[in-house]
Design a protein around this ligand. Structure first.
Ligand code: HEC
Ligand code: HEC
Ligand code: HEC
Ligand code: HEC
Length: 418
């Protein structure tokens, strides 16, 4: 018979090893948890918070970019004052205040007609300077705000026309429009230059292959004879260029329900006679770009059992109201990107001597196009959307703070009708 003492020693040994095991396990878990929270944890928490509560752009975001920056060096031969940094901001805003005191009525305003100088000043401070992340000096000779001395001011005036035209011709006629307008910040996001037109996923994923593009003619019949195709796609082109070709040459040729401007368009695949494998590949990569630009899946726009169908379920439960009409809206958006590219030189952005390197602050090469022999940074879906179905930098008049003057918030001529 074993003595009770021996037994209890064995029990103690088991107890100790189990306890040590527990201890080691807990320390291991705690260590890994600690490493996790040091590395991935905060990043994920921030991402989760941002996804749950996306914050919309506000004028103070833009002002912060300016005031938090170091003062900049003005290029040689350019006789304006620095436009970045706290001093530049204060100097510009105060010069503007002095100007509007002596000039209560505007002097050389061609688009913002009908606003008082004080209203122009407020809009400039909040939405123009703020939207581009540059102080007044970037565009103005601050001794004379009416002078058109610098090309940036002329470009900015053309951009006023651009925004007005986009809101009037496209945004205002979106089916089931949710009330958001385009403003300077929608594209610029607090930076004057080099906006990215496509998503990073697109840049990284599109395979480096050559494809034959067979566009559809006005009746929706594929053009296969190279001599009848537009110059840009007469020969085979890189897949990425084929996708961009459709983003900037989109047309709708067949009403689907009698609604004007609705129906099958340039990217439709099925039709009497079928479509080539290359067209399927182009469609798929164009669809990826749509989905990634907006941060959504395919069935945000499609009924996954019927890719041809148009979903018009805006009257259903709240979830449907959100998803309804998105395929039709996307067609309006593709008509808009087409319009933007085809009229870009008249909107007067400043051409570039060469495609800027990404390392030097440029965007991907997909964001630049040669128009009338010159290189321009041209907007695409991603420029505005940047991974959100409703661009966070769009502006909604419903967000006007109580008591604020509506036309100062976003002047009516910039909003277009509606
Ligand atoms: C991105 C370029 C840009 C920036 C930055 C900018 N402005 Fe302007 N500003 C313009 C343009 C363009 C006009 C002319 C608008 C028109 O023709 O309708 C204008 C007009 C004005 C006018 C009216 C001048 C007149 O002829 O009566 C004032 C005042 C003014 N801006 C003040 C400011 C102030 C203050 C700032 C800085 C907080 C500022 N602007 C920043 C582009 C800019
Ligand atoms: C549809 C998108 C879009 C909207 C909206 C837009 N811009 Fe632009 N803007 C651009 C792009 C793209 C460029 C070219 C940038 C480049 O060349 O790197 C540009 C260029 C400019 C430039 C010339 C900058 C430079 O240094 O070359 C100015 C100034 C400017 N925009 C002002 C404005 C103002 C003011 C508004 C609001 C009234 C506005 N933009 C709205 C897309 C837009
Ligand atoms: C932001 C909206 C949007 C997203 C997201 C989207 N699509 Fe599309 N898709 C469209 C539009 C608009 C058309 C119609 C193009 C036309 O008629 O020219 C289309 C057309 C198609 C077609 C051809 C239908 C036909 O009429 O022949 C297919 C197939 C398709 N999409 C697949 C996809 C897949 C797969 C995904 C996910 C990777 C996707 N789409 C994501 C908007 C979208
Ligand atoms: C110049 C800025 C701009 C560009 C470029 C742009 N969009 Fe939009 N888009 C908007 C704005 C603003 C809205 C919100 C309109 C509203 O309130 O209904 C919007 C809304 C949408 C919606 C509806 C989302 C929803 O939840 O209601 C879809 C889908 C969409 N865009 C797709 C696209 C696609 C695809 C492209 C490229 C072909 C594109 N957009 C290019 C500004 C832009």
């Amino acid at each position: 018979m074993q003595s009770p003492t021996r037994l209890s020693v064995r029990q103690a040994a088991i107890f100790v090893s189990v306890a040590v095991g527990f201890f080691v396990a807990i320390v291991t878990i705690a260590t890994f948890w600690w490493i996790y929270s040091l590395t991935l944890g905060p990043e994920r928490a921030v991402a989760a918070a941002a996804a749950a509560n996306p914050t919309r752009w506000s004028p103070s975001d833009g002002a912060k970019v300016i005031t938090a920056a170091m003062t900049n060096t003005v290029p040689l031969g350019d006789n304006r004052q620095p436009w970045m940094g706290q001093v530049a901001w204060t100097t510009g805003v105060q010069a503007g205040q002095a100007w509007i005191t002596t000039n209560p009525k505007t002097v050389n305003v061609q688009v913002l007609v009908g606003l008082t100088s004080a209203e122009v000043w407020t809009y400039m401070v909040q939405y123009v300077a703020g939207g581009l992340g540059v102080s007044c000096q970037y565009c103005h000779d601050i001794n004379n705000f009416s002078a058109d001395t610098f090309p940036q001011k002329v470009a900015a005036r053309n951009m006023f026309y651009l925004v007005s035209d986009l809101n009037t011709q496209f945004i205002g006629r979106l089916p089931n429009w949710r009330g958001n307008f385009i403003q300077c910040a929608t594209c610029h996001n607090n930076a004057p230059q080099n906006r990215e037109a496509v998503s990073t996923q697109f840049v990284n994923s599109v395979p480096p292959i050559q494809v034959t593009v067979d566009p559809l003619d006005a009746k929706g019949v594929p053009i296969t004879d190279p001599t009848k195709k537009p110059e840009a796609i007469r020969n085979q082109v890189a897949l990425q260029d084929a996708v961009l070709y459709y983003m900037y040459n989109y047309q709708i040729w067949k009403p689907f329900d009698g609604t004007e401007g609705s129906g099958r368009g340039s990217l439709a695949l099925t039709y009497t006679g079928g479509r080539t494998q290359d067209q399927v590949t182009i469609n798929q990569n164009a669809m990826n770009n749509n989905a990634w630009s907006l941060g959504v899946g395919c069935n945000f726009c499609h009924n996954s059992r019927n890719f041809l169908a148009f979903e018009l379920n805006a009257d259903g439960p709240a979830a449907n109201a959100v998803y309804g009409y998105n395929k039709l809206k996307t067609q309006v958006m593709m008509e808009m990107t087409t319009y933007i590219e085809q009229n870009w030189t008249t909107y007067g952005a400043i051409a570039k001597p060469s495609i800027p390197l990404v390392a030097a602050g440029g965007a991907s090469k997909f964001s630049y196009r040669t128009l009338s022999g010159k290189i321009y940074n041209v907007p695409g879906c991603f420029t505005c959307h940047r991974g959100a179905n409703v661009p966070l930098n769009a502006i909604n008049q419903a967000d006007i703070p109580a008591g604020a003057a509506g036309n100062v918030f976003l002047p009516p001529m910039i909003r277009g009708v509606k």
